[in-house]
Design a protein around this ligand. Structure first.
Ligand code: FAD
Length: 504
């Protein structure tokens, strides 16, 4: 199939969908293609921390300022994606006070509001913290749901004219002099091939940026840094907990819905595919985060996962944590003589909107347009509707609701509503949109119920065991690194169910 548009965006992470939304509000047509579902890259594989900028205040004040400014904007335009948890930077006896003083000064300089709390005040807020702590600094961190944020940006972009093709991979490009003439793409589900002509092409592929650029014979200086994270089966703290020391391994605990996320590590990788969480990283994360929250030693883990940070570097640095977390916007017309290509990479989830704004500004400049950005003013579609666990609980207490996922209270009705509006290409598509299978049993008891519903509704053609196998393989990747104690027992039960009942 042949398609023509003004701007072709490659990559459906936060940055790509943010650009599609920004352009759509400026009246500029675009097509976005994403090889997986939304958020299959780093956007769905992070801590979900709504940075105040505190984490970078001392080492990277530019990135810290961007985080603080965008944190304020996101609270206004996307309140339903955010939990207002605040964050604590906790000093332990071995950290002393030197870093805390630098931290307080740096936050003041970049405009991050702080409050210094005594040991007793801190423990009153967070009784699970190490009782030997010295003090804590409170900052406006929060917790953000990347999936809801991205889906809402995408929905809004589509409502304003953008076209989005999921499970569609960009596979080739044809250069004609100083321009990309057309891009080749393939629907990974149905096999259909597309030829897309666009006046401008945006490479928003994050860690895959150099894979894209290789097709045009280009390359940028980029380090790939893997960060691994663990999920506990309970929410351990109310606040985001950071260690008040220079950023290091295992110094952050983020509450997220019903669970807590422990992070992270920083391991240099050579390639962007085929990475895993190692046993060493699991031990390191438990060892370090339990210094902040001792209960982590005994906590049950339900999943391990990792994401890749694309860190732009103009010069080689040994320590990946010394590379800026700011973003980079490259006009390949100026840099390499390819006039209709732009790369945007690096940055943070919390700065996705700003990255989209700067990219769209550059596109407008190239087009000779002067339409200003409005995404900092326009709330996302469901911004004023109450969401979250409390709302779900209310629904369950007032209506007779058939539950599919007991851990996350996902109802059959919610799944059926998704199926009415969206095309099902992969089981994971439903899981991303409803939180089904994100709780303690990681889908062990609910995914086969979901398949029953899909059968009833005739939404599965052929053998549903193939869907199930694919799901279980994905699930296994996250569970294998944390298999000990009660998790082993639960896996044996799962094995019994899936091998015994479903003959897998
Ligand atoms: C371990 C870790 C923890 C983090 N924690 C936080 C945090 O707590 N808070 C925060 O604000 N930020 C955090 N970040 C940073 C944040 O996750 C990223 O900056 C952000 O998600 C990047 O979004 P993106 O859209 O640029 O890239 P991605 O989300 O990686 O999106 C790129 C997309 O391009 C697609 N793609 C690639 N090649 C092709 C192709 N050929 N055709 C079609 N599609 C293609 C990929 O499938 C992918 O979906 C963290 C990052 C990591 C790795």
């Amino acid at each position: 199939m042949k398609m023509i548009t003004e701007v072709l965006i490659i990559g459906g992470g936060a940055t790509g969908v943010g650009i599609a939304r920004d352009l759509s509000w400026r009246g500029i047509p675009s097509i976005l293609i994403e090889k997986g579902d939304f958020a299959s890259g780093a956007s769905g594989r992070n801590h979900g921390l709504l940075h105040s900028g505190g984490r970078y205040a001392v080492t990277d004040p530019g990135a810290a300022r961007e985080c603080m400014a965008e944190n304020r904007i996101l609270r206004k335009i996307a309140p339903h994606c955010i939990e207002e948890t605040d964050g604590l930077f906790v000093s332990l006896p071995e950290d002393g006070f030197d870093y805390r003083e630098r931290f307080l000064r740096a936050c003041d300089e970049v405009g991050i509001q702080t409050a210094l709390l005594s040991r007793d005040e801190t423990l009153e807020l967070e009784p699970e913290l190490d009782p030997n702590l010295l003090s804590a600094v409170k900052v406006p961190d929060g917790s953000i749901d990347p999936f809801v944020l991205i889906l809402e940006n995408a929905r809004d972009a589509e409502e304003h004219g953008a076209k989005i093709l999921l499970h569609t991979e960009m596979t080739s490009l044809i250069l004609d002099g100083d321009k990309i003439k057309e891009v080749g793409a393939k629907d990974l589900g149905g096999g259909e091939e597309y030829t897309i002509k666009a006046s401008y092409i945006v490479n928003a592929t994050g860690a895959w940026a150099n894979q894209f650029l290789k097709l045009a014979g280009l390359q940028i200086g980029m380090a790939l840094s893997k960060g691994s994270m663990l999920i506990t089966n309970q929410r351990l703290t109310h606040h985001v907990i950071n260690r008040c020391r220079p950023p290091s391994d295992g110094d952050i605990v983020v509450p997220n819905h019903t669970v807590s996320i422990l992070g992270t590590t920083s391991v240099r990788l050579e390639e962007v595919e085929n990475f895993e969480v190692t046993p060493h990283e699991v031990s390191l994360l438990i060892q370090e985060t339990s210094k902040l929250v001792p209960a982590i030693q005994e906590a049950r883990l339900i999943r391990a996962y990792a994401g890749i940070r694309p860190l732009f570097q103009s010069e080689t640095k040994e320590d990946d944590r010394a590379i800026s977390r700011g973003f980079v916007l490259i006009d390949h017309g100026e840099r390499d003589g390819i006039k209709n290509l732009i790369t945007i990479t690096g940055g943070k989830l919390v700065t996705y909107r700003l990255m989209a704004e700067k990219t769209s500004d550059l596109l407008c400049k190239k087009m000779g347009m002067h339409t200003p950005c409005s995404t900092h003013l326009k709330a996302l579609p469901k911004a004023n509707r109450p969401t979250g666990l409390t709302e779900k609980l209310k629904q369950f207490s007032f209506e007779r609701v058939e539950t599919l996922c007991d851990c996350e209270l996902t109802s059959r009705k919610e799944v059926e509503e998704f199926l009415k509006t969206d095309k099902l290409k992969d089981l994971q598509d439903i899981l991303h949109r409803t939180r089904l299978a994100k709780g303690s049993c990681q889908g062990g008891f609910c995914v086969y119920r979901l398949l029953g519903v899909l059968h009833d509704l005739r939404r599965i053609n052929g053998n549903s065991n193939e869907f199930l196998k694919k799901f279980l393989e994905e699930r296994w990747k996250g569970i294998r690194p944390i298999l000990w104690g009660p998790a082993v027992k639960e896996e044996e039960l799962m094995e019994g169910i899936y091998k015994g009942i479903f003959n897998l």
